[in-house]
Write a protein that binds this ligand. Structure first.
Ligand code: GDD
Ligand code: MG
Length: 359
């Protein structure tokens, strides 16, 4: 089976982490995020993937090469200017070997999912559908594509990111993984920007095409926001979602080779401490991602946060739901509030930010 992987987005919600690294290449449980998705595709019988790149395109091939390390054949296509999700799928399809009636898997590049890909493909084939969409039920669907289905699983509508409460008619969302019959991709207009969510799916539905939705209960997370990014990494470390790219659950924290963690430091909640990183005496790091060569000084507290490469968090500083860009310094005695992002290379002076009033 062949697949198309969409990785051309700019990852704006994860800035500044994505200013030098595309979202799919950020390290999650110790390896570039895409490794998990690629390994899962390979395990499901996908043999060849066309990777549709745009933003920071050259970094993907530099990381994964021809894919042989993962048992896959990878090919890269680059859009000079981003073509949107539908345009990217159409453009990448030029490189497929599949025949018109063959199934082609299509993935968003930021989804951590336990869905059974082989079953999704086989169900698509058996149903004779034009497109099959993996759907997920979520408590708050507003940030996603809404996809109501009828009792037979036929998709009735596709509404990307509804703007008004009246538009929210379902809790089923597009999970960012599709099976297309090849000939359906070939009908997307070539050479221009197309949104698969806002144009292709709604048009297919008005044209009476057979669009199926498959809802399941498998683990699913879009890693597009800082909170989801740390959660996905922690869930992989704790084995809440399996990845063929990992040896198995590593317990409550994953400390990579050549990291230095002081014996009195406390790591928990699925924390990752990457190569070359240092965690000092009495520091607490919970549910966080500490990237390569970062320093967490003695008695610092890092909770549900991302500390970028070579960033330094000094003594008695506390981060909660914070993103610290590569090379940034947060001097001692700061207490950074949830949602804060520190730009790459920025310096926060000592005792500059206190969120809770002193007693
Ligand atoms: N090649 C290419 N070109 N890829 C693109 C482009 C482009 O112009 N634009 C976006 N992508 C890629 C992104 O890199 C990402 O992997 C994927 O397409 C989806 O883009 P996101 O920016 O992550 O979209 P989203 O999360 O807001 O919404 C999408 O995913 C949701 C599920 O997580 C939509 O498909 C929603 O309908 C869906 O519910
Ligand atoms: Mg996304």
């Amino acid at each position: 089976t062949e697949a198309i992987l969409l990785v051309g987005g700019q990852g704006t919600r994860l800035r500044p982490l994505t200013s030098h690294t595309p979202k799919p290449l950020l390290p999650v449980a110790g390896v570039p995020f895409l490794t998990h998705q690629l390994a899962r595709a390979a395990a499901a019988g996908v043999t060849r993937i066309v990777v549709a790149t745009s933003y920071l395109a050259e970094l993907f091939e530099a990381e994964f090469g021809n894919g042989s390390g993962l048992g896959l054949k990878l090919e890269y296509v680059t859009e000079e200017t981003a073509l949107g999700t539908g345009g990217a799928i159409r453009n990448a399809a030029e490189r497929l070997h599949s025949a018109p009636g063959d199934p082609v898997l299509v993935f968003n590049g930021d989804i951590l999912s336990g869905v059974d890909l082989a079953a999704l493909r086989d169900g698509h084939q058996a149903s004779g559908a034009d497109v099959t969409l993996h759907l997920k039920r979520v408590p708050d669907p507003r940030a996603f594509g809404l996809v109501p289905t009828d009792t037979e699983g036929r998709v009735q509508a596709f509404l990307e990111k509804p703007r008004t409460p009246e538009e929210i008619t379902t809790d089923q969302i597009n999970a960012g993984c599709y099976v297309f019959t090849r000939s359906v991709i070939d009908r997307i207009p070539p050479g221009r920007v197309v949104s698969v969510e806002r144009e292709t799916f709604p048009e297919l539905l008005t044209s009476d095409a057979h669009v199926r939705g498959v809802v399941d209960d498998a683990y699913w997370l879009d890693l597009g926001t800082p909170a989801a990014f740390v959660q996905g990494s922690a869930d992989l470390v704790r084995g809440r979602v399996a990845s063929p790219a990992l040896p198995g659950p590593t317990g409550d924290a994953l400390v990579l080779p050549r990291a230095q963690v002081h014996p009195s430091a406390v790591l928990s909640g699925g924390t990752v401490v990457a190569t070359g990183a240092v965690v000092g005496e009495g520091a607490v790091v919970e549910g966080s991602v500490v990237m390569a060569d970062a320093h967490i000084a003695a008695r610092a507290g890092v909770y549900a946060s991302v500390v970028g490469r070579q960033a330094r968090i000094h003594e008695h500083t506390r981060l909660d739901n914070v993103v610290v860009g590569d090379g940034a310094h947060v001097a001692e005695g700061n207490e950074l509030p949830p949602g804060l992002r520190i730009a790459c290379g920025a310096h926060v002076p000592a005792y500059a930010v206190r969120t809770s009033a002193a007693p």
